[in-house]
Every structure is written in C-alpha cells, then in structure tokens.
Write a protein that binds this ligand. Structure first.
Ligand SMILES: NC(=O)C1=CN([C@@H]2O[C@H](COP(=O)(O)OP(=O)(O)OC[C@H]3O[C@@H](n4cnc5c(N)ncnc54)[C@H](OP(=O)(O)O)[C@@H]3O)[C@@H](O)[C@H]2O)[C@@H](O)CC1
Ligand SMILES: Nc1ncnc2c1ncn2[C@@H]1O[C@H](COP(=O)(O)OP(=O)(O)O)[C@@H](O)[C@H]1O
Ligand SMILES: [K+]
Length: 496
C-alpha cells in the first residue's frame, strides 16, 4: 500500500527505526545526503545557498551543505536563529559543517543558482511570522530554483495548507514515505516534483504504525477488484440501476449509466420518465430503460431485489420529490448519491445519516460546493483542519463513504481509512465528469466491491480515463476511454 504518514506517524517511524537499530543521526545523514544528491543535478559550479532552520530540518540542511561542498559546489549556509540553541542531531550536524554560518539577512538570495529550503519540515508548529515569515517571503521573491527539504517551509505536512507563508519549490525531497501535505492542495502544487528518499527506515515500522491514509493506487483495492471469470455470466457481474431525470435533464443520468456499464456492471437499468426514453435509447443500446412515470413505478421496479445497487442524483432535481425516490430506494440497497440528491439534504446531514443506516452501503460523491451545502452549520465537519480531515469527519458523521472531489479527491470511510488521488489531470474538471464518476462507483458497487474500495477504484479509474482521453476531453469521452484503462489494468493484474 502507498501509505502516507502524517508528522506524528513520521516521528513514530523515526523512533521505531532507532529501536530496530538505525540511530536518528544516521537517518539525518542519509536525509541530508539525499538532498545533496538532488541538488547535485544542477551543474557545477552552481552557487548553492542552504537556509537552515532551528530544528532537524535545518540539521538535514547542514548535512546537505557539507556533502555538496565535498562534491565541489560553492555553498553558503545561513541559520535562522542562534547556533548556540541548536540541540540533538541538528547540533551535531551543524558541528560537522566546517564552513561559515551566516545571518540570513546578509545574503543576497538572488545570487544563488539554487536555494535549499531547510527551514521547517515536520516540526512546523504554528503559523510563520516575524523573521521566519520574512525569510520565506524573501526566498519566494528571489525567483531562484528552490529544493525543499521534506516540505516547502511553512507548508503543513498534515493538511497541505500554507501556514503564514511558503515558497514555491522546484523539487521537494521527502523521506521514507510522502505526507498528506504533498498531495493535498495547495501543498501538492507548492512542492513541485516530489522525490521520496529511502533513508533506511525499515518498512516493518508500518506494521506497527498501521497508517490509515494512502495514495489512491490500484494496490489499495486490487484484492477486491472484480475481474471477470471464465465461468461467469452477466448476472454475476452485478445489476446497477440509474434513476434518471426527464428529457431536459437526463444527460447527466445517461453519463452515469454509461459510466456504470463501462466500469463493468453486467446489466444497467435506467428508471426514467417516459419523455426521456428516446434520449436514453439513443445513448447506448446496451442499457435497459424502464418507465418511471411516478414513484410507484420505481417501487414496482425495485420489487426485484436483484436490483441491489442504485445511483441517484445526477439531473434528478432538488427537494422532496428526489428525497422520496431515495427513501423508496434505500432500504437494504447499495446506493451512490451525487449532485441533486446531496443538495436535497442541504443542512440536514443527520437525515442522510439516518438514511445511510437503512442502506446496505452508501457512497456520496460531493464536490466542495455540495459538501458545504450538505454540512451547512456543522462546524465540526466544515472546519476540520484539512480536506482529508473534513472527508473523514463527514464519513464518520454519516456512516457512509465520502468522495470529496477536486484535483486532490479524498475518499474516506467511516472506519477512518482514507485515500488521496493524485492522477486526475486538470482538464478532468468539465461538465458531467462527476456524473460519469457516480455511475462508475455504482457499476463497481454492483459488482460487489465494498463501498470504500469501489469508490477509490472509481476515482482512480476516472482519473486514468481522463489521461487516456487526453486534453480537450468532454465527459462523454470518459466511459469510452475506460476500455483502454481496463486493458492496461488487466495486464497489470495478470488477466489474459
Ligand atoms: N522523523 C524522521 O524520521 C526524520 C526527520 N528528519 C528531518 O527532521 C525534520 C523534523 O525535524 P523537527 O521535528 O526538529 O522539526 P523542524 O521541522 O525542524 O521544525 C522544528 C523547529 O522549528 C521551530 N518552529 C516550528 N514552527 C515554527 C514557526 N512557525 N516559527 C518559528 N519557528 C518554528 C521549532 O521551534 P519551537 O516550536 O520549539 O519554538 C523547532 O525549533 C523533518 O522535516 C526532516 O527534515 C530527517 O533528519 C530524517 C529522519
Ligand atoms: N482541478 C482539477 N483537477 C483534476 N480534477 C478535477 C479538478 N477539479 C475537479 N476535478 C474533477 O472533475 C470532476 C467534476 O465533477 P463535478 O464537479 O461533479 O462536475 P459535474 O457535476 O459537472 O459532473 C470530479 O471528478 C472532480 O474530482
Ligand atoms: K523545508
């Protein structure tokens, strides 16, 4: 699993590594050397300025400065704070640096060919202000390439938020595993290219730490991903239902239905108002339209308990009529709720929690606007410290899997597991893309994937489909592009 460690967990990894035989100063030596390796890609005789902070991030900077000097670079080192106040490993690293330690104020940062930002990393404890903020602001204004040690200083590794100030890095070198702040915006953008250095912390520490957050990658959901079997048939591959709006708004449900089919659902039924029939029939011949002139028709259709998975929301309209359809559908079924379905619960998340308890599994797929509307007034959720924490709090509140969308889509489960996506290209933000995603999640849920894994797989596949379709994509391209993505995924999973 591509685990992500928050700063506390990273500290634990550090301590466990020491218990398993690798002293923390050895880790610092390796970390600083790894930073030097990255900086050494700049050509000799590049002038390097290393800005060290008062803690171990600064210690890494001292090590990097020493190694770079040995390799022939011209290195100047400045320390934020007093040298006499350095302690522990950082003090030892500073003692091994034989050159001058300057005041940051005397340096012209624009003279640097590259700046090493070793001011603050995992130990950032509060917003930058005073001299620290001024130095980071100067560094940002220098226009020089910056290599950040662990994190751009001022970026919070747990949240991806900027605390006071942070300078755009060209590259960031972090250690052992990435942190959530490397993936959550604006952190991801600020880090530039992120490299992960192996500094000798054994993977076995993860068995103790058991991190709950990971990058959304296939290894997260591979064990439960539905692969077609030679002995199987379409009825083994799940039956998803998409509930459609009328003729004027049914494009959204058409996209969802196509997403569900291409994600591998064996059958997709669309419950639709009669005026939407020609449009759905023209969309995919493979979908099965069923008339839904009134709620009783929906109830009659769902009397067939094999229709166990339902997608509701895209283009469905707001308010009581939509809530009524959701009420009819929920008991004992797996549901994906998106768009209008979510806004129909604006400000009453507890009603959605009640509903979730009646389902056999619920995934919700809000974008930030829908999320804010749904949880309006719920400060514990809306004011949680990061997008990751908000999604987790929401999942716990609802007893549902929450897909909080965006460039850094977070999937969170009520049990605390969470995954952050990093594969969605910016051009995925286009009308209807979310409708396809909801359908794909429904398609995977129908194939008996558990809700967290179904949601995570849908998000990853959706991002890959966008990349496969390429720039200029419209939402209609996404289900088609899934064929290529599945072909590659099957290869990866060894399916012939
Ligand atoms: N864990 C590992 O396995 C490994 C970790 N390694 C490295 O250690 C780094 C973490 O080191 P760290 O814990 O010493 O914290 P660090 O980022 O240097 O900052 C703490 C210092 O900053 C200060 N300070 C904080 N906020 C401030 C503010 N807003 N404004 C001003 N000052 C502020 C704070 O002062 P205080 O809060 O005590 O007043 C303290 O002096 C990690 O990022 C990685 O580079 C590697 O060596 C390899 C192995
Ligand atoms: N900047 C971005 N980079 C990558 N993906 C994005 C970005 N912004 C939004 N997305 C993705 O685009 C999709 C848009 O969905 P949504 O907002 O529901 O649109 P719609 O309602 O039109 O379908 C989501 O999957 C979201 O994660
Ligand atoms: K840093």
């Amino acid at each position: 699993m591509h685990a992500l460690l928050d700063p506390q967990e990273m500290g634990q990894a550090d301590r466990l590594a020491a218990e398993m035989g690798t002293p923390s100063f050895t880790l610092m030596e390796r970390a600083g050397t790894a930073v030097a390796d990255v900086v050494a890609r700049f050509p000799l005789p590049t002038r390097v300025i290393v800005l060290c902070g008062p803690g171990n991030n600064g210690g890494d900077g001292f090590v990097a400065a020493r190694v770079l000097t040995q390799r022939g670079f011209r290195v100047r080192v400045a320390l934020l704070g007093e040298r006499a106040r350095l302690t522990g490993d950082a003090r030892r690293a500073a003692e091994r640096w034989r050159g001058t330690v300057e005041e940051p104020a005397v340096l012209d940062l624009t003279e640097a060919g590259v700046i090493v930002d070793a001011l603050f990393g995992a130990g950032l404890a509060r917003d930058l202000d005073g001299a620290a903020k001024a130095l980071v602001t100067r560094m940002a204004a220098s226009g020089r390439p910056i290599v950040a040690v662990d994190l751009p200083s001022g970026l919070d590794g747990a949240t991806g938020k900027v605390r006071g100030a942070a300078a755009q890095a060209q590259e960031t070198i972090t250690f052992f595993r990435r942190k959530p702040g490397h993936l959550l915006e604006p952190g991801r953008s600020l880090c530039g290219r992120v490299r992960v250095a192996d500094i000798g912390i054994p993977d076995a520490v993860l068995d103790v730490i058991r991190p709950a957050t990971s990058v959304n990658m296939p290894d997260l959901w591979r064990p439960v991903f539905p692969l077609p079997s030679a002995l199987g048939h379409k009825y083994d591959r799940g039956h998803a239902v998409v509930v459609s709006g009328g003729a004027w708004t049914c494009g959204a449900a058409r996209l969802s239905a196509r997403g569900a089919l291409r994600a591998g659902a064996g059958l997709v039924t669309v419950a639709l108002p009669p005026d939407a029939l020609p449009l759905h029939a023209a969309s995919y011949a493979a979908i099965m339209p069923r008339p839904m002139a009134c709620d009783d028709d929906l109830a009659a259709l769902l009397a067939d308990r094999r229709l166990g998975t339902v997608v509701l929301g895209p283009g469905l309209g707001l308010g009581a009529a939509t809530r009524a359809k959701i009420d009819i559908t929920a008991p004992g079924r797996r549901l994906v709720l998106d768009a209008d379905a979510l806004t129909s619960y604006a400000g009453v998340p507890w009603a959605l929690a009640d509903l979730a308890a009646r389902t056999a599994g619920l995934i919700i797929t809000p974008h930030e606007g829908e999320f804010a509307r749904l949880f309006a007034g719920d400060r514990a959720v809306l004011e949680a410290p990061s997008k990751l924490a908000r999604a987790r709090a929401a999942a716990a509140r609802l007893g549902a899997v929450v897909v909080l969308k965006g460039a850094d889509t977070v999937v969170a489960a009520p049990d605390g597991r969470a995954a952050i996506a990093e594969n969605a290209p910016a051009y995925l933000a286009t009308a209807g893309a979310g409708d396809v995603l909801a359908g794909m999640a429904g398609g995977l849920l129908a194939q008996a994937m558990p809700p967290f894994e179904a949601a995570a797989a849908a998000v990853w596949l959706h991002g890959e489909a966008a990349r496969a379709a390429g720039p200029g994509l419209v939402a209609d391209d996404l289900p088609e592009a899934l064929r290529e993505v599945y072909r590659r995924l099957y290869e990866l999973f060894g399916v012939r």
